[in-house]
Write a protein that binds this ligand. Structure first.
Ligand SMILES: Cc1cc2nc3c(=O)[nH]c(=O)nc-3n(C[C@H](O)[C@H](O)[C@H](O)COP(=O)(O)OP(=O)(O)OC[C@H]3O[C@@H](n4cnc5c(N)ncnc54)[C@H](O)[C@@H]3O)c2cc1C
Length: 510
C-alpha cells in the first residue's frame, strides 16, 4: 500500500491482546478508506437496519428505506456463468443497476473456490445465492466494489465528474472548525488557510478523525478539552466514546500442491510481471480472476441464548442478536494468508470475524496539536461476551477445517490454536487477531430511551446535526450507534445517502 494513502494509525497497547498495538489503518486519499480497503461489498442483515431505526426512533434508517437507497447507490453486474449459478444468483429485483458504485463478481472463479463451497455445503452450511438480499445467512460469494477487475472507490463513483458547484481541495488537512459563538462558520486548514461556510459544514473524516476534529474544535467531554487547554463550546461526553470494531482471527493451513494456481504466479517474478502486463493491457491473464473475491460464511451459533454471557446482555441487545437474519460470526476462505509466508507453497486460510462486540473503546486527543494522531483504544475483548464469541467462532472454524472434505485438501497446519480448550483458543486470538477496520460509533446518533429521557452520550440527532451547536453535521461511520454485522463500506455509503436525502428535503433541493 502506498504510504501516502494511509494515515497508518495504531491502537494503544491492548490489555486483552497481550499488550499488542493493533494496525488501525485509515484511507488518506480522495475516497477515504474505500481506496485502501479489500473492496468486499456486504449490505448486512435487514434486522440491523430495523434495529438502527428502532434505536434512534426514525424510520429513515429501516430496511425498506435503506434498501430503496441502495438501489440508487449500487450498480451491480449480475452476469454469472451458468456453472457458478448454484453459488451466486442474486435476483435483479433485489439490487440496483443505476447507482454509481460498481459491484461485480469475477467472470472466472479462482481454482478451488467451488470445491470448497461444495465442501462447506456438505458440512452443513446452506448455500446463499445472494448474501446481499437483506438475509446474509449461509455461504456465498463476496461481490466486490470493482468494474472489470479494477477497484471502484468512492472517489471514482462520486467525484470523477463533479458537479460545477463542487470544488475539491486535495492535500488540505482540516485542523479545526471555527465558530462564532455556537455557530460553525468555517474550517481552518493546514497552511493557515481558512474557508467560510455559506450554510453549513458537514464533517466526514471517519470514526477516528471526526471525533478528533470535533474535540480540537471545542466539542467533546469538557474535562478532556480542559486538559488540553481547548475551549468548550458544547460539552458532549459521547464524542470519541463508544468506539466499536470487529476483531478477526486467521487460521492458516498448507494446501496440497496443485489445488490452487497461486504458487506458480507469486513465486515467479517473470510470471507475475507477465500477468501484470496482460492485465494492464487487455484485462486478461491470471490477475483478471485471482484474489478477486473469496467465500463468505455468515453463520449463527445455534445455542447462544443458553450462554450465561448472552443472558447478561440487555434484553433489546439479546433480541437483536437473535433476529433471524443477523449473523453471530463470519468466516471467509480463499483469501491469501495475512502473514508473510513462502510464496512457493499453497495455503488454505480461514478468517473468522467476531460480530456483536460489547467492548467499548475510545478516541481521545494526544494533544491540542492537529497533526498529532488520535489515541485509539479499542478495549478489545474487555467484555466477557466478546471472549465467548471468540471461543465459539474459532471453535466452529476449527471444526470446519477438520471436516473430511476440507481436511483432505490440506497438508498440515501453519498457524492455528495449539488446542481446542477455551484457554488455548483465547490465547491464540489474543496473540494473532487483528481488526477489520470497521471503526464505528464515536459520534453516535442519539438513542431513544424507553422513558424518552435524553441520551447523554448522543452526539448527533437523526438529521446528523451536532448537539449544542448550529451549522455543523457529521455524516460518516462515527454516527452509527452500533457496528453493523457486516463489512462496513456499504453502510458508510448508506449514511451519505441518508444525510443527502435529509438535506435535500430540508433545503427544498431536487
Ligand atoms: C484496510 C481496510 C480494509 C477494509 N476492508 C473493507 C472491505 O473489504 N469491505 C468493507 O465493506 N469495508 C472495509 N473497510 C471499512 C470501510 O472502508 C470503512 O468502513 C469506510 O470506508 C468508512 O467510511 P467513512 O466515510 O466513515 O471513513 P473513511 O472512508 O475513512 O473516510 C474518511 C476521510 O476523511 C479524511 N480525513 C481524515 N481526517 C481529515 C482531516 N483532518 N482533514 C481532511 N480530511 C480528513 C480521510 O483522509 C478520509 O479520506 C476497510 C477499511 C480499511 C482501512
Amino acid at each position: 500500500m502506498q504510504p501516502g494513502m494511509n494515515w497508518a494509525y495504531k491502537t494503544t497497547p491492548q490489555s486483552q491482546l497481550n499488550s499488542r498495538e493493533i494496525d488501525y489503518s485509515r484511507g488518506k486519499g480522495l475516497g477515504g478508506s474505500s481506496a485502501i480497503n479489500f473492496a468486499v461489498w456486504t449490505l448486512g442483515p435487514k434486522h440491523d437496519y430495523d434495529e438502527w431505526a428502532r434505536q434512534v426512533g426514525d424510520p429513515a434508517f429501516n430496511w425498506p428505506n435503506t434498501r430503496r437507497r441502495f438501489d440508487d447507490i449500487e450498480n451491480i453486474n449480475l452476469k454469472v456463468d451458468q456453472k457458478y449459478q448454484k453459488y451466486f444468483q442474486p435476483l435483479a429485483g433485489d439490487h440496483g443497476n443505476r447507482g454509481r458504485v460498481h459491484v461485480e463478481c469475477p467472470p472466472i472463479w479462482e481454482k478451488g473456490m467451488t470445491e470448497v463451497a461444495d465442501a462447506a455445503e456438505e458440512f452443513g452450511f446452506p448455500i446463499n445465492k445472494d448474501i446481499n438480499s437483506g438475509d446474509p445467512i449461509g455461504i456465498g460469494l463476496f461481490p466486490s466494489t470493482s468494474k472489470g477487475g479494477i477497484r471502484n472507490t468512492a472517489a471514482d463513483a462520486f467525484l470523477s465528474d463533479p458537479p460545477a458547484n463542487l470544488k475539491i481541495q486535495i492535500n488540505s488537512p482540516v485542523h479545526r472548525i471555527s465558530f462564532e459563538g455556537t455557530h460553525a462558520v468555517g474550517v481552518e486548514v493546514e497552511g493557515n488557510r481558512h474557508y467560510t461556510a455559506i450554510k453549513e459544514i458537514i464533517l466526514c473524516a471517519g470514526a477516528l478523525d471526526s471525533p478528533k476534529l470535533l474535540k480540537l474544535s471545542g466539542i467533546g467531554p469538557r474535562s478532556e478539552l480542559t486538559q488540553h487547554h481547548l475551549p468548550c463550546i458544547s460539552d458532549l461526553p459521547g464524542v470519541g466514546a463508544n468506539l466499536q470494531d470487529h476483531l478477526y482471527a486467521p487460521l492458516t493451513l498448507h494446501l496440497k500442491p496443485g489445488l490452487d494456481d497461486r504458487p506458480a504466479l507469486f513465486s515467479s517474478p517473470t510470471a507475475l510481471a507477465n500477468a501484470r502486463t496482460a492485465f494492464r493491457t487487455s484485462r486478461s491473464g491470471p490477475l483478471a480472476h485471482m484474489l478477486h473475491t473469496s467465500l463468505i460464511y455468515s453463520l449463527r451459533h445455534s445455542d447462544l441464548s443458553s450462554d450465561a454471557a448472552f443472558q447478561q446482555l440487555p434484553a433489546s441487545t439479546q433480541q437483536h442478536v437473535l433476529a433471524p437474519t443477523v449473523p453471530h460470526f463470519e468466516m471467509s476462505s480463499q483469501s491469501p494468508p495475512l502473514i508473510p509466508l513462502p510464496q512457493d507453497r499453497s495455503y488454505f486460510t480461514v478468517l473468522v470475524f467476531f460480530f456483536h462486540p460489547q467492548s467499548r473503546g475510545s478516541v481521545t486527543l494526544a494533544s491540542a496539536d492537529p497533526t498529532a494522531a488520535p489515541v485509539c483504544d479499542g478495549r478489545f475483548l474487555t467484555e466477557e461476551f466478546d471472549r465467548v464469541m471468540v471461543v465459539r467462532g474459532v471453535g466452529a472454524a476449527m471444526e470446519f477445517v477438520r471436516s473430511p472434505r476440507v481436511a483432505e485438501r490440506c497438508d498440515g497446519v501453519v498457524q492455528v490454536p495449539r488446542g481446542e480448550s477455551e484457554e488455548e483458543i483465547l490465547e491464540y486470538v489474543r496473540e494473532n487477531c487483528g481488526t477489520s477496520w470497521h471503526m464505528t460509533g464515536t459520534a453516535r446518533m442519539e438513542v431513544k430511551g424507553s422513558g424518552g429521557q435524553e441520551d447523554k452520550m448522543g452526539v448527533v440527532d437523526t438529521g446528523f446535526r451536532v448537539k449544542g451547536v448550529q451549522g455543523l453535521r457529521v455524516a460518516d461511520m462515527s454516527v452509527m450507534p452500533f457496528v453493523p454485522n457486516c463489512h462496513t463500506q456499504a453502510v458508510a455509503y448508506q449514511i451519505g445517502a441518508i444525510a443527502a436525502e435529509k438535506l435535500c428535503a430540508e433545503y427544498g433541493l431536487n
